[in-house]
Design a protein around this ligand. Structure first.
Ligand SMILES: Cc1ncc(COP(=O)(O)O)c(C=O)c1O
Length: 384
């Protein structure tokens, strides 16, 4: 809970608001914030230590504001991971994709502008909108959590947003957004004039690919569409697949024009020399870092199959199709009770998304075994 004296001139629209964030509890098994459960390899940690040591004596100077070396590393990684080679001027980094997204809202949102998304989706989006005085509107996803393409196209035509923000795979559902749909949306946005903006302006379509490395093999990334669409931006992060959440590194791939818009709103020297050095060190070991992504995909598929075999009040559980490192499962009459009972057993998951559903992110084999055993116990007690 916040403790804000009434004498402080907090913005009127922020009065009564609470800071965003899942509880950070000290429990044995944390499966609540979609982190990568595997610590960095020794070799990666050593490279980070070496690179950080090298920059330590230059910390009296500001870092490279344009973080060119790191942007080159993003390019090389994307060429390797998604098969699309972009130029350095098409990449941009920030402190987590949270900051990338805030910069997008700062550059393209604002008073009189609307951003459009498809819910249920990542719960930070309305906060970026609030913080930049942008209106946030949503089109509801279908029952299977895929986007309703026709309704979304209609929404875009009616609202004429400046930002269309879609997540693939989506959080908290894990749903992939087919590239064909992205193309259809981009083509539609190319024909739409943004409400309240200058003649000839079109919505920016942002695909948040925070979890994209966990997608099923063979699924293309929206990065492959960047050469063809100037209004497309793809946001990525090192937090998930790279097990780098604590380092805070996110990045954006887009046409150079979009990157130049973000350069206008970024804070000067927003990426510290230590952050840049750490990320460069992690990219020295891309294959090692990504080895565990395949393992987490397996864990996800096994856990989904196991959850579907569990019974709650005599019926099988539902599990949303996920191409991510987490699963949304339900439905529970009282999801808070299930969450609390798991927490009593040392397992922290997340109450998020539509009512009656819970989200669990994939852990190590030991953590998943602990989850299964606690959840089996919870289900049997509930059904007693
Ligand atoms: C969909 C989505 N986008 C972006 C983020 C932000 O990630 P980060 O700021 O760590 O890059 C998250 C974090 O959980 C997320 O779920």
């Amino acid at each position: 809970m916040t403790s804000i004296p009434a004498s402080l001139p907090l913005r009127n629209d922020l009065i009564g608001e609470e800071p965003y964030g899942a509880p950070q509890l000290d429990v044995p098994v944390c499966l609540n914030v979609n982190e990568n459960p595997y610590p960095l390899d020794e070799q990666v940690a050593d490279s980070i230590a070496r690179r950080v040591r090298e920059v330590a004596q230059t910390l009296n100077r500001y870092p490279d504001r344009e973080h060119v070396q790191l942007r080159q590393a993003f390019c090389d990684y994307l060429a390797h991971e998604s098969g699309t080679r972009l130029g350095v001027e098409q990449l941009w980094g920030a402190n987590g994709s949270n900051e990338i997204m805030l910069q997008i809202f700062q550059a393209f949102g604002g008073p009189g502008r609307t951003a459009l998304g498809c819910d249920p989706t990542y719960s930070m989006y309305p906060e970026y909108a609030r913080d930049t005085f942008t209106e946030w509107k949503v089109i509801h996803r279908r029952d299977d959590f895929t986007i309703d393409l026709d309704a979304t196209l209609e929404g875009i035509a009616d609202i004429r947003p400046s930002i269309v923000l879609l997540t693939s795979p989506n959080n908290p559902t894990g749903t992939n957004l087919p590239l064909e749909d992205v193309r259809t949306l981009l083509d539609a946005c190319g024909r739409i004039q943004v409400a309240g903006a200058a003649e000839g302006t079109h919505p920016v379509v942002v695909i948040d690919e925070a979890y994209v490395e966990f997608r099923n093999p063979g699924t293309p990334s929206a990065v492959s569409l960047i050469p063809a669409y100037r209004n497309l931006a793809v946001s990525r992060t090192m937090s998930k697949a790279f097990a780098f959440a604590g380092a805070r590194v996110g990045y954006l791939a887009a046409d150079r024009g979009i990157v130049d818009c973000l350069r206008i709103v970024r804070m000067p020297y927003h990426l510290s020399a230590i952050t840049q050095a750490s990320a460069l060190a992690a990219f020295e070991h891309t294959d090692l870092q990504l080895r565990r992504v395949a393992k987490l995909r397996e864990t996800r598929d096994e856990t989904a199959a196991w959850l579907k075999r569990q019974r709650y009040h005599g019926a099988s559980l539902q599990v949303a199709d996920s191409e991510s490192n987490f699963l949304l499962f339900g439905k529970f009459d009282d999801r808070q009770k299930v969450f609390d009972m798991l927490l009593d057993r040392g397992i922290l998951i997340r109450v998020v998304g539509p009512d009656h559903w819970l989200r669990v992110c994939m852990g190590t084999d030991e953590e998943m075994a602990a989850f299964r055993s606690a959840f089996t116990e919870v289900l049997s007690q509930i059904d007693d």
